[in-house]
Design a protein around this ligand. Structure first.
Ligand SMILES: Nc1ncnc2c1ncn2[C@@H]1O[C@H](COP(=O)(O)OP(=O)(O)OP(=O)(O)O)[C@@H](O)[C@H]1O
Length: 336
């Protein structure tokens, strides 16, 4: 069986603002294998959630171009009824905000039960009840029989997030997308949830897309990492290579803005990701945020280059990049 689970080819997702369409995901191609966690990192507004929502086909007014093949089925072209069959079954997502993702008026057990009724209609009532209890237990909720009858507001944030995960994994998805699954949680709960996601990958041979701002989480969890900036992937590599030898100025700036022991000064990335209407659409999109780098070193139409097997970086400017705090004589690839 092929290890490739998801193959995204030249995906562009655009939103209409006024009379124009603007791409929030711009010509993205990537693969997720079975039993693999692909981390996606980037600042707010870089297009990570837009990519996740495109894979789930949850945008109702976006224009989607390109291919999103899940085990050969092109989700970009799938009908609503086919998507309804796939979502919550082969394909699942853990959303950022556990409170808004749950129905406040419905008991926890009934909410998990719903997805079983929808996708496993042949299960008996007793089998479904047993499965819900099993799922609550699996996500580390103690007293599952009691929690079954509780309402979302009666649970802590960490427990609600576990319920969301129980719903997402109820039907053993092949692809699980986790969008900032632990942002709202304290550190101990965060570690437990991440362990759980790792177990899922191994037990279900699932592919996982983990979207996060937190580079520590990525370092710990991901097998490969894609760095997104302004709707594009600017670097992709296995996790070890990305942290040991980051090349793109954006990746290096992100890594260099994380405090480490013995570091006297942090690099602050200048500016912010521009809004959709103001994104540069030609040239190196990161150029404006590294104005001390000579314009001539950017490619006119930056492409992803494979620098070593499996390590891709966009634009040739990485060869000339240095941190202003360190000075030009410090140019060495990956010296963060
Ligand atoms: N439905 C929409 N209509 C118009 N613009 C949108 C829509 N959804 C997202 N955008 C824009 O697309 C760009 C990418 O947004 P997205 O939410 O994907 O970023 P992100 O990297 O996930 O950020 P965050 O980490 O804050 O969730 C932003 O400029 C955002 O304002």
């Amino acid at each position: 069986m092929s290890r490739k689970l998801l193959e995204i080819e030249n995906l562009t997702t655009s939103f209409q603002i006024g009379d124009e369409y603007y791409a929030a995901v711009d010509d993205v191609s990537l693969t997720v294998n079975r039993n693999e966690v692909l981390g996606i990192v980037g600042e707010s507004g870089s297009g990570k959630s837009a990519l996740a929502f495109s894979i789930m086909r949850l945008h109702n007014r976006a224009k989607i171009e390109g291919k999103i093949k899940l085990e050969g089925i092109d989700l970009a072209k799938a009908s609503t009824s086919d998507l309804n069959k796939l979502r919550g079954d082969k394909l699942s997502m853990i959303f950022q905000d556990p409170l808004t993702a749950l129905n406040p008026l419905m008991e926890i057990g009934a909410q998990i039960n719903e997805t079983l009724i929808l996708h496993r209609p042949k299960m008996s009532k007793q089998e479904r009840y047993d499965r819900v209890i099993e799922l609550l237990d699996l996500v580390g909720i103690t007293g599952p029989e009691y929690v079954y009858q509780q309402y979302p507001h009666e649970l802590s944030g960490g427990m609600r997030q576990r319920v969301i995960i129980a719903i997402a994994i109820a039907n053993k998805p092949q692809l699980l997308i986790a969008d900032e699954p632990t942002t709202a949680l304290d550190v101990t709960i965060q570690a437990q949830i991440l362990d759980l996601i790792r177990e899922l990958r191994d037990e279900m041979d699932a592919g996982i897309i983990l979207i996060t701002h937190d580079l520590g989480v990525v370092a710990e969890m991901a097998d490969r990492v894609a760095v997104m900036y302004a709707g594009q992937i600017v670097e992709i590599a296995d996790v070890h290579t990305l942290f040991e030898n980051p090349l793109h100025p954006y990746t290096r700036s992100l890594l260099n803005s994380v405090p480490t022991e013995g570091q006297d000064r942090l690099h602050v990335i200048q500016g912010i990701v521009p809004g959709l209407q103001h994104l540069p659409r030609t040239g190196c999109r990161f150029a404006a945020r590294i104005p001390w780098i000579d314009e001539s070193v950017h490619e006119e139409n930056p492409l992803l280059h494979e620098v070593t097997p499996g390590h891709f970086v966009r634009c040739t400017c990485h060869s000339y990049f240095y941190f202003p705090e360190k000075g030009k004589e410090e140019i060495t690839h990956g010296d963060t």
